[in-house]
Design a protein around this ligand. Structure first.
Ligand code: COA
Ligand code: ZN
Length: 321
């Protein structure tokens, strides 16, 4: 069953897209290499559960992120028959050529709003990143593949603290000027708060109205879904999340998992917002991911079940005094 279970919250969109980033953001910091067939099985089960947008891998340097070294093989194994849109991160021209060859549906270029995280993450300044994107756009254009743009550390930077809103707006404008309007605001280390989400979404709506914004939160400080709620109030219709809450950036201190996909779907269902995703199937996928990874994942609905899951009265002891 994929219909929302709750009453629609006034002011929220009717429908949103849930973008699964677990296979990329979730797995990239796992020290143990997950075999390619397990990655493929995970993605195929996510598609089977109704997810239609997935960031499945990254064509980055395999020395920088060894977990992503099988990017092309992962893409080759995924079920393309259900029309799921498969994207991948691309840092440079070499990554763009590999991604085009592997047949991604869209390339995601990325840079950080803060200079220091950009230096850590891609070993170049923000200006150098922007200059390099022209070549990626050209390669993608020749292959007829759209390019999306991600802005990391959009709500704060682990090295610099607060990130000025203008840094985010300037990058969004630069992306727009390159013809990139599918944007994602990344909260790399869980520094977003509901008021910051409101402020940044409104500022972008005013300054770069062409942009179609996705929000990407990490639950590092426990307010990931509250930030989604703030985004929904601003009419944002695309949210990135990771199965089981897996994740973290290896190039940012104290980074922990993304918001959890099935917890997000649970909240959307209860707020009367359609995602087209079958929560029960997704919980099964999350358990499968947990087994494959070999440790307990942070997701909560996978442990507690949906809210109307009831139990026999004899399932716990009576509190006799
Ligand atoms: N795919 C495969 N190999 C790549 C590559 C790519 N996209 N980009 C660079 N390389 C290889 C080069 O061929 C070169 O190999 P060689 O030494 O055998 O000749 C080597 O990596 C260094 O290349 P260089 O261009 O000097 O890159 P760099 O060392 O400055 O690293 C990045 C820059 C962008 C490639 C690297 O920092 C990176 O992959 N970052 C991604 C980080 C990430 O995924 N973060 C998580 C997302 S938030
Ligand atoms: Zn992330």
């Amino acid at each position: 069953m994929t219909a929302p279970t709750g009453h629609h919250v006034k002011g929220f969109p009717q429908t949103v897209s849930v973008i699964e980033v677990g296979p990329r953001d979730g797995l990239q910091s796992e020290p143990e290499f997950m075999p390619t067939d397990k990655k493929i099985a995970l993605v195929n089960c996510q598609i089977e559960a109704g997810i239609r947008h997935l960031e499945v891998t990254s064509f980055v340097s395999p020395r920088a992120v060894p977990q992503m070294r099988d990017a092309a093989e992962v893409l080759a194994g995924i079920d393309r028959t259900k029309g799921a849109v498969l994207t991948a991160l691309v840092p440079n021209a070499k990554g763009a050529e590999r991604a085009a060859e592997a047949g991604v549906d869209a390339m995601v270029v990325f840079m950080s709003a803060s200079e220091s995280h950009n230096l850590k993450n891609v070993n170049r300044t923000r200006t150098q990143s922007l200059e390099g994107f022209a070549e990626i756009v050209r390669i993608a254009g020749d292959a007829d593949i759209p390019v999306f743009g991600a802005i990391a550390t959009a709500f704060g930077c682990p090295f610099e603290g607060d990130v000025p809103i203008n840094s985010v707006v300037d990058i969004a404008r630069a992306y727009r000027d390159m013809g990139i309007t599918m944007l994602s605001l990344g909260d790399t280390t869980g520094m977003a708060t509901p008021p910051l989400v409101q402020e940044r979404c409104q500022a972008l709506g005013q300054t770069v109205p062409e942009a179609d914004i996705a929000l990407h939160f990490h639950n590092t400080r426990g307010v990931g879904l509250a930030c989604v709620y703030a985004g929904l109030l601003e009419g944002i219709t695309r949210y990135e999340a990771s199965i089981g809450g897996l994740g973290g950036c290896p190039f940012a201190p104290k980074a922990t998992g993304n918001i959890c996909t099935e917890d997000l779907v649970y909240m959307l269902d209860e707020c009367g917002v359609e995602s087209g995703i079958d929560l029960r199937k997704l919980v099964d996928v999350s358990r499968q991911a947990e087994t494959a990874i070999g440790r307990i994942l942070p997701g909560q609905v996978m442990k507690a079940g949906p809210r109307l899951q009831t139990y026999g009265m004899d399932s716990v002891a009576t509190a006799n005094g």
